[in-house]
Write a protein that binds this ligand. Structure first.
Ligand SMILES: [Mg+2]
Length: 225
């Protein structure tokens, strides 16, 4: 009786590029080297985002204008969003990124998905970043807790991610789709993964699993009758 839930990271997973990094580089608020350093496993991602985004001076309007031409959605995401809605499969985005860029992108793509993002307030030419949903928890533990949440509701969880902060969630997930850093991290930690190419692959996987469940159910019924 397999019921599924799908949890996705946002930056570099649902989008092809890391949106936060693209903004910081484009508006020269961080160097490539600083961004590379932020991916070390000992860096507190929420803290890093808070410190680095305060250096950003571009207005939300300027950022939006840049995003709408620079950022691409990974293929199949709109489709899997509809598929999950139709089949009552919980889909959520758990991200260390910010509403500052997720909101205009979701609006452009016409997406309405349950999601966790940090908040960016622009006041006096400055960004104030907060993560109300974390409540003192680290980002990687929070992602893991969302996987656990659906598992305790008797669902199997597919987790999709691309970075160090996704590893803990990936370790306990029932099926992992990974790209970039997470793909190699999973290999070194012996976590079974599939390569995240498009979300069409994930839809195919869910359909295949649902068909297997259906066949098993039919088989059991014939044994009983
Ligand atoms: Mg990411």
């Amino acid at each position: 009786m397999d019921k599924w839930a799908l949890i996705c990271d946002f930056d570099g997973t649902i989008t092809l590029r890391d949106v936060g990094d693209a903004i910081l580089t484009h508006f020269k608020a961080a160097t490539k080297r600083e961004i590379k350093y932020s991916y070390n496993s000992n860096v507190d991602m929420a803290k890093w985002m808070k410190n680095t985004f305060t250096r950003l001076t571009a207005t939300p309007k300027e950022i939006e204008k840049y995003l709408l031409k620079a950022i691409t959605l990974r293929k199949g995401f709109k489709d899997i969003n509809k598929f999950c809605d139709k089949n009552k499969i919980p889909l959520e985005i758990v991200s260390g990124g910010l509403d500052l860029y997720s909101s205009p992108l979701f609006k452009k793509w016409g997406l309405n998905v349950k999601s966790f993002f940090g908040k960016a307030e622009f006041m006096d030419n400055n960004y104030k970043i907060s993560y109300p949903y974390l409540k003192g928890c680290s980002l990687d533990n929070f992602k893991k807790s969302r996987v656990k949440f659906y598992q305790t509701k008797n669902r199997k969880v597919i987790f999709c991610g691309d970075a160090t902060t996704d590893l803990k969630a990936a370790i306990i997930a029932d099926k992992v789709y990974a790209t970039k850093k997470l793909l190699s991290l999973c290999k070194t930690n012996n976590v079974k993964t599939s390569w995240l190419r498009t979300f069409f692959d994930i839809k195919k996987f869910i359909i295949k699993k649902q068909q297997e469940t259906q066949r098993n159910r039919e088989y059991i019924n014939t044994m009983i009758s």
